[in-house]
Ligand binder design. Structure first.
Ligand SMILES: Nc1ncnc2c1ncn2[C@@H]1O[C@H](COP(=O)(O)OP(=O)(O)O)[C@@H](O)[C@H]1O
Ligand SMILES: [Mg+2]
Length: 563
C-alpha cells in the first residue's frame, strides 16, 4: 500500500508545472480560451490526491516499521535468553541493552523512512525529468550534464559518513560502559579517590565522541552545500539558454515558467537524495548490530535426553578447560566420580579452578577436552532445560531480579506461597521478612541493592531450597555470612545436602568437615581427594591449608573444638 501510494504521489509531481503552462500561455491573454475554473479545480484535485497518497504511504510505512521493530526486538531478546554465555563476557551489558532498546529503534525508523523517501524522490525526479525532456529536451540535456558531478560528490562523502557513524557507535558504547562501571563501582571510586582518573577517562571518550560528531556534521553539511551549488549552476545555465531561445522566438513564457518550476521542484528531491545517504548509513550501521546479535551469536546447543529427576551420578573424564586459546588452562585433565547422594567439598586457593569446575555442570561453559556425564549420559546429549532443572546453584555472585521476594525465590517455578515461606524459614530469613511491611511480596528493587550481602546469599539459598533439585552446587554460598548466621544457615544446607548429590565450594571448615569427600584443586589440577581425616593423615597440601586455618579465624576455633 505504501509503495503504491508513493508511486502515485510521485507521478503527480510534474502536474504542478503542467498546470502553470496553460495558465500563463492562455489564461492571462484576452484571446485565450481557458475556462476560469479549470486550473483552480485541477489544483485542488491535485493536492487532494497528493495529501491522500502521502497519508496512506506514511501510515503503511509506520505500520510495517513498528511491526518489524517489535518482532526484531522480541527475536533479539529471545536470543539474549538463549545465546551462548560467551556473549556476556564479550560484550558489556550496556552495549547489549543499548542495541536492543535504542539502536534498532533508531536504526529501523531512520532506515525505513529514508528508503521510502529515497523511492519517492527517485520517482519524482524521474517524472520531472521526463516532463522536462518533453518540454525542451535540449535544455534538459544541458542540465543533465551536471548530474554525474553530484553523484561523485555524494558517493565519496557518504562513504566517509558511514565510517564516522560506525566509530561514533563504538565510542558511544565505550562512554556508556564507563558510566555503567562507575555507577556499579561508585563506592570503590569514592573510597579510593579515583574520581580524577575516572573523570579523565570519561572526558577523553566524550571529546572523541564530540569530534566524531563534528566531523560527521561537517561532512553532511558540506555535502548539502556542494549539491546545492551544483543545482544553482544548472539553474543559471538554463536561464541563460532559455533567454537566448526566447529571443529567437523558440519558447513561450508558459513553457519557460513550466520548465523553471519543474527544475525548481527537482531541487528538493535531489537535495533530499543527497541527504538520504546519512539516515540510510546511520540506520544500516545501527541495524547491523542488531542483526549481528541475531545472526552471529550462536545459540546454546542442546541434546534431546530428558529425565524428570536424575539420580545425580556425576562423572568427569579427563576434563580440561581453557578460557582463551592463549590463556593457561583453568582446569587440566580432571577425572572424578561423584556418587548419587554424596556430598563433596572442593577446596583450593583462589584461582585454582573451583568455580570453573562447577560451572561446567550446568554447561555455562563446555570443556575443551574430555567429557562430563550425568547419570551416564554426556552433558551435550542432555536437553539443556532438563539438565539445568536437575541443578540448584548458589553462586559467588548472587543476582536478584527486580521483582517480589516470593517471585525471586520461586524463580522459573510455579509460585507456592507456603513453600516460599518454608524455604525462607529454612534459610534463616523469617525474622527479616517479618519486619518487612509487605512480607514476601516486598519488591526487591534494582538487583536487591538494599539487602545486605548475607541476606542476598540467604535469599539465594532459599531459592535453591525451593528448586529442590537432585544436584546442589554451592560456590562460596556462605562467604558473606557472619559466623552466627552461617551456623543457622548451616542447618538448612545440611538439610539440602542430605538427599542430594552436592558439590560444595567453601573456605570454612564447618562446611567442609561434613563432606563425605574432599577434593583439593591446585592450578587447575586435582591433586588430593579423600576424607578430612585421610587427607590430614596424608600430610599433603590439604593438611597444609588446614594448618594455615583456611581463610578465617573461625577455622582455628573450629579446629580447637574438633580436637
Ligand atoms: N570468564 C573467565 N574468563 C577468563 N578466565 C577466567 C574466567 N573465569 C575464571 N578464569 C580464570 O580461570 C582460573 C580459575 O578461576 P576460578 O575457577 O574462578 O577459580 P576459583 O573459583 O578457584 O577461585 C583463574 O586463573 C581465572 O583467572
Ligand atoms: Mg570461585
Amino acid at each position: 500500500m505504501a509503495i503504491a501510494a508513493t508511486v502515485l504521489g510521485s507521478a503527480t509531481e510534474p502536474m504542478v508545472p503542467a498546470l502553470l503552462k496553460p495558465l500563463l500561455d492562455r489564461g492571462f491573454k484576452t484571446d485565450g480560451n481557458l475556462d476560469i475554473w479549470l486550473v483552480p479545480f485541477f489544483l485542488m484535485l491535485l493536492f487532494g490526491a497528493r495529501g491522500l497518497t502521502a497519508f496512506v504511504a506514511q501510515f503503511g510505512l509506520a505500520r510495517v516499521t513498528n511491526l518489524g521493530l517489535q518482532k526484531l526486538r522480541a527475536a533479539m531478546f529471545d536470543k539474549l535468553l538463549s545465546a551462548k554465555l560467551a556473549l556476556f563476557t564479550d560484550q558489556s551489558s550496556s552495549a547489549i541493552a543499548n542495541t536492543v532498546v535504542y539502536e534498532v529503534q533508531n536504526g529501523s525508523h531512520l532506515l525505513v523512512n529514508a528508503v521510502m523517501r529515497l523511492a519517492r524522490d527517485v520517482l519524482s525526479v524521474l517524472a520531472l525529468v521526463a516532463y522536462l525532456l518533453y518540454l525542451n529536451w535540449k535544455l534538459t540535456l544541458v542540465v543533465g550534464l551536471m548530474f554525474p558531478a553530484v553523484i561523485v560528490v555524494v558517493r565519496v562523502l557518504s562513504k566517509r559518513l558511514y565510517r564516522l557513524t560506525k566509530e561514533s557507535q563504538r565510542a558511544t558504547d565505550e562512554l556508556a560502559y564507563v558510566v555503567e562501571e562507575n555507577v556499579l563501582a561508585h563506592r570503590d571510586v569514592r573510597l579510593h579517590g579515583a574520581q580524577t582518573v575516572q573523570a579523565g577517562r570519561f572526558h577523553l571518550l566524550s571529546v572523541s565522541l564530540r569530534n566524531l560528531s563534528m566531523k560527521s556534521t561537517v561532512t553532511h553539511a558540506g555535502m548539502s552545500a556542494l549539491t546545492q551549488l551544483m543545482a544553482a549552476a544548472a539553474l543559471s545555465a538554463v536561464i541563460s539558454i532559455a533567454l537566448i531561445q526566447s529571443a529567437q522566438g523558440a519558447t513561450t513564457v508558459g513553457s519557460f515558467v513550466a520548465f523553471i518550476t519543474a527544475m525548481l521542484l527537482l531541487i528538493a528531491p535531489i537535495k533530499s537524495l543527497s541527504d538520504a545517504a546519512t539516515p540510510i548509513t546511520r540506520g544500516l550501521a545501527a541495524l547491523e548490530r542488531g542483526v549481528h546479535l541475531l545472526d552471529l551469536i550462536e545459540d546454546e546447543s542442546s541434546g534431546s535426553f530428558k529425565l524428570a529427576r536424575a539420580s545425580g551420578d556425576i562423572r568427569f573424564e579427563g576434563v580440561s578447560l581453557r578460557y582463551k586459546d592463549d590463556a593457561a588452562a583453568a582446569l587440566q585433565d580432571i577425572s572424578l566420580r561423584v556418587q548419587p547422594g554424596e556430598t563433596v567439598a572442593i577446596v583450593g586457593t583462589s584461582g585454582s579452578g573451583k568455580s570453573s569446575l562447577v560451572n561446567l555442570l550446568p554447561r555455562f561453559r563446555d570443556p575443551n577436552a574430555g567429557q562430563i556425564l550425568l547419570d551416564g549420559v554426556p552433558l551435550q546429549d542432555w536437553n539443556l532445560g532438563a539438565l539445568r532443572s536437575q541443578i540448584a546453584f548458589v553462586s559467588q555472585h548472587v543476582v536478584m531480579l527486580n521483582d517480589s521476594i516470593a517471585s525471586n525465590v520461586a524463580l522459573g517455578q510455579q509460585l507456592d506461597r507456603q513453600k516460599v515461606i518454608t524455604c525462607l524459614q529454612a534459610a534463616n530469613l523469617e525474622k527479616f521478612i517479618a519486619e518487612l511491611p509487605q512480607g514476601i511480596d516486598t519488591l526487591l528493587g534494582h538487583n536487591a541493592m538494599q539487602l545486605s550481602g548475607g541476606q542476598r546469599q540467604r535469599l539465594a539459598i532459599a531459592r535453591a531450597l525451593y528448586k529442590d533439585a537432585p544436584i546442589l552446587i554451592l560456590d562460596e554460598a556462605t562467604s558473606a555470612l557472619d559466623t552466627e548466621s552461617e551456623q543457622a544457615v548451616q542447618q538448612a544446607i545440611e538439610r539440602l545436602t542430605l538427599s542430594r548429590t552436592s558439590l560444595i565450594i567453601a573456605h570454612r571448615l564447618s562446611t567442609i568437615q561434613h563432606a563425605d569427600r574432599i577434593l583439593m584443586l591446585d592450578g587447575g589440577r586435582l591433586i588430593e581427594s579423600g576424607t578430612h581425616a585421610q587427607l590430614l593423615a596424608q600430610g599433603g597440601a590439604y593438611s597444609h591449608l588446614y594448618k594455615l586455618g583456611f581463610s578465617n579465624d573461625d577455622a582455628k576455633s573450629q579446629s580447637n573444638t574438633m580436637s
